[in-house]
Write a protein that binds this ligand. Structure first.
Ligand SMILES: Nc1ncnc2c1ncn2[C@@H]1O[C@H](COP(=O)(O)OP(=O)(O)OP(=O)(O)O)[C@@H](O)[C@H]1O
Ligand SMILES: [Mg+2]
Length: 310
């Protein structure tokens, strides 16, 4: 069996004694598609930068493609593709010239064939002479991805690749990632979007620098199986208000025209029905519903003491 592509143990990074990431232990095998999901400031970018060798760890250890994260930083950088959250393209260079720039940076000899391949792959070929600053947001992302792939890396690290990209370009970007995965690429990606996280093989939920869940989207969702109800009845706002008098924000989440009620105890449902009845709402339905990743995430995130609800 191949060595893991990413293997970290207790990896952490502090800034001025404040831990941005602590005790990160993950393993990715060849061809894995891993999503790191968490709110703003959770530590996602710090994890990615640690794994790229751009930040040195303050604790723990790690190997990327078999290379030591502390000792072999330059080797690691030469074998990975990194798309930073605020990636930099050269606006006054054309699409062609941007890729050329990154090819030279990585010392890729005879890069023209590879560039043509990538331009075809990202469907940017018709725009090869356009200045990068004149591209749409989605096209800029695709160009940044092409630049990150010019040296044929074995591992791709993407920091919020689809943030700020319109839905059509997002869809296109996903097709490109799928294609890369089908060719055996290993990808780790951060995202604030739950629908994107659902598409990953495995995900890690990160909050305040700590991985609080690690597993397949299904395994993480299964933690709420049998404990989540969709509440229906007239005036959801009133129902929500009344239930909030006795249950926390973490157990009651409103999604547009739906209200989800997450129970922590078998008596919660009959108690809630009785409480609504006492408050003049006798006909409220509680229907068991399949949890989404967002339900789990909200249940975890809205509690100061994580995990109280799960
Ligand atoms: N260079 C730095 N110096 C000091 N603090 C930092 C530095 N980089 C990150 N931090 C802090 O570490 C924590 C994690 O930041 P990070 O950028 O990794 O979060 P994130 O999950 O990527 O957030 P976002 O979703 O906003 O991109 C934050 O509290 C941030 O302020
Ligand atoms: Mg970030």
């Amino acid at each position: 069996m191949n060595a893991p592509v990413i293997e970290t143990r207790g990896l952490g990074r502090s800034f001025d004694s404040v831990a941005a990431v602590s005790d990160l232990t993950i393993t990715l095998q060849v061809g894995d598609f891993f999503g790191l999901v968490g709110p703003d400031g959770a530590g996602k970018s710090t994890v990615i930068r640690l794994l790229c060798g751009l930040l040195s760890p303050t604790t723990g250890e790690g190997r990327i493609l078999g290379f030591d994260l502390r000792r072999d930083v330059e080797l690691i950088k030469s074998r990975i593709g990194y798309l930073s959250q605020s990636f930099t393209l050269y606006g006054d260079l054309t699409v062609n010239e941007n890729i050329e720039f990154f090819a030279e940076l990585h010392g890729v000899a005879g890069y023209q064939t590879r560039r043509d391949e990538l331009l075809a792959f990202t469907r940017l070929a018709p725009f090869r002479t356009r200045l990068a600053q004149a591209l749409s947001g989605g096209m800029k992302k695709k160009l940044a991805l092409a630049c990150a792939l010019i040296h044929t890396p074995d591992l791709l690290l993407l920091d919020e690749p689809s943030t700020g990209v319109d839905p059509v370009s997002r869809g296109e970007f996903w097709l490109i990632l799928k294609d890369l995965l089908s060719r055996g690429m290993t990808i780790i990606m951060t995202t604030p979007y739950m629908d994107e996280a659902e598409r990953c093989d495995r995900i890690g939920l990160i909050n305040r620098g700590t991985l609080i869940r690690l597993g397949t989207p299904d395994s993480i969702k299964s933690e709420l199986n049998g404990r989540l109800f969709q509440v229906t009845g007239d005036s959801l706002s009133t129902i929500h208000q009344i239930l909030r008098q006795r249950w926390s924000a973490a157990s009651l989440v409103r999604y547009g025209d739906r209200l989800h009620f997450c129970t922590t105890h078998p008596d919660d449902k009959p108690n809630a029905i009785a409480w609504l009845r006492q408050n003049g709402l006798p006909d409220i339905q509680f229907t068991p519903t399949k949890p989404s990743l967002e339900d789990v995430f909200v249940a975890l995130m809205s509690k100061p003491e994580q995990g109280e609800y799960l």
